[in-house]
Design a protein around this ligand. Sequence first.
Ligand code: FES
Ligand code: FE2
Length: 350
Amino acid sequence: MDGGDAGRDRAAAGVDAPLGVLASCPALVDSWYAVARSVEVTRQSVQAVTLLERRLVVWRGPAGTVVAAPDRCPHREAPLSKGTVEDGCLVCPYHGWTYADAGRCVRVPSTSDTVPPPPRAHLQTVHSAEAYGLVWLCIGEPRAPIPRIAEEHDTTHRRINTPVERWATSATRMVDNFLDVSHFPFVHTGTFGRAQDTVVAKIEVEPLDDGYVGYRYEVLANNDDAASLASGQTAEVVERSMSTGFDLPFNVRSTIRYGTGLEHVLLLLSTPVDDVTSLFTFVVWRNDDFAVSAEEVVRFDLAIGAEDKRMLELVPGLLPLDQTTLVNVRADMCSVEWRRRLIALMSGGA
Ligand code: FES
Ligand SMILES: [Fe+2]
């Protein structure tokens, strides 16, 4: 389905307001976004997902593959997300039209089984994929692959997934925050930020591995009881060797290396529901000895995320994307570069 079809879906659903800045951008329509954990899209359940202002229905079809389509039955436009799933087939709650893999309509109960459903009864599905324990959707034509994380295929690392949360903030503000270290000593005082020098060392934005663009840096992190579970060390303050980089449009990878050889890789994923609402989830890869449970490992990162969410939900609207509205200092270099590339992408130049 292309963005134009999605626009018509909104019109059909009686949504008259023009699409927002993000939802109307073809390059963003053509990008992949994480919308749910794979384990939550079960053989029995059906979910409604709003992505770039398009309402979608998501379920797992008879072959076990995730199917996603506009949340609107082609018959009388009932919301398919209110239907039921029987043997992997989605049954519309209104007249029972039934949809199988790839959105194929396989049953129209009011019509004899010998008559095939009309061709236009089949759902216009959108691209779906599963990676890193997550379901990803692209409502247009994918302009780039799902971001790469080499540790996914490295048997010395384990992967830990976390819940998909809804944040009342723009994906643009989330990425700006995730690329920024200068807020650590102010926003993250309840977790790791207190020990950090407020002065940020000179940032050199450069290509990182696996296609990310960002910077490398060293920080001193508070290491209280909760943090020590994540760091694997007991010292009050520990040194972290970090890199933080982005993959357009809204994916951020942060790598943390401790002197002990412990690596902790985070993929921070922001999914635009609309201009000012987003889904957020993060995935962790660690080369630890599994002594600490997954729940304990991520409890600390979840607390850090809650600190960011609290701050960001106080700041209204989209992040201004032009380079003149906001005032930047040297510490903001990575966000400035991300915004420069995002604007180029959004205007069709990248
Ligand atoms: S509206 Fe879905 S079957 Fe009639
Ligand atoms: Fe933060």
